[in-house]
Design a protein around this ligand. Sequence first.
Ligand SMILES: Nc1ncnc2c1ncn2[C@@H]1O[C@H](COP(=O)(O)OP(=O)(O)OP(=O)(O)O)[C@@H](O)[C@H]1O
Ligand SMILES: [Mg+2]
Length: 264
Amino acid sequence: MTKIYDPYGVNVKAVDDCSMEIAGGEVCMIVGPSGCGKTTLLNALAGFHSITSGEIRLDGELLCGPGKPLAEQGADRIVVFQNGALFPWKTLSENVAYGPVVQGKMSQAQALDKARQSLAEAGLGNVADKYPGEVSSGMARRAEIVRALINHPKVLLLDEPYRAMDALTKSIMHESLLEMYDRTKVTIYFITHDLEEAIFLGDRVYVMTTRPCRVKKVVDINLPRPRDYSILSSNEFRLLVEETSEAVHEEAIKAFQAGERELA
Ligand SMILES: Nc1ncnc2c1ncn2[C@@H]1O[C@H](COP(=O)(O)OP(=O)(O)OP(=O)(O)O)[C@@H](O)[C@H]1O
Ligand SMILES: [Mg+2]
């Protein structure tokens, strides 16, 4: 696909003929220089904005393409994860039930039933009627993911959800996400600037070029699942970080130089 922004008649080519094939159930991690077009790709997948040319397919079905510039939104297909978005004045089950009720997909009673069931599956059955402030942060994080996955979407999109978090909170987020992934095997499209995060969570890491965005390199992460943090100190992990960071660094330098030229 290609995406050209046209603010005030000034063309900005954000994505240029970028082609990606993501397998069902894959954890696809996207890294690349700032401003390279990662969020642009995510917004196109989410149906938040149109694409200029090309197409996006989900299981063969055309979501977006010629004559269909905007991907159709649907919480049961593609969902964008919102971090830290639990309402403090609602219980966990009310929080999880909120989406389907607002979208008019279920009655309040049906949604609450479903929410309790999903929370129980995630090991949160005994805190379903507690408020976010009454449970541990790990439990609240798990409830956030349960909320995103309530309609069993095929794809979960995350745009730097754990940016600027301290290491401990981040590790709780990672554990919650991996635990949920191991149960649901939802396809994940996850943007990050943190290479270790990309390798720790991903099946594949896509290193993107500086703008206009294309795939520069795909690194397969063949680390066994379920994963835990002990893997970070392994030789295999270190080699993957080296392999990936080299490609990222190359593009970051190009981006920097391009920026300098624009300023000159
Ligand atoms: N609405 C818009 N109108 C015009 N240009 C835009 C718009 N949104 C993004 N751009 C431009 O498109 C390019 C890609 O932006 P995008 O936000 O996709 O990058 P990114 O890779 O997500 O960056 P970051 O890592 O900083 O989040 C940038 O040059 C940006 O300035
Ligand atoms: Mg972005």
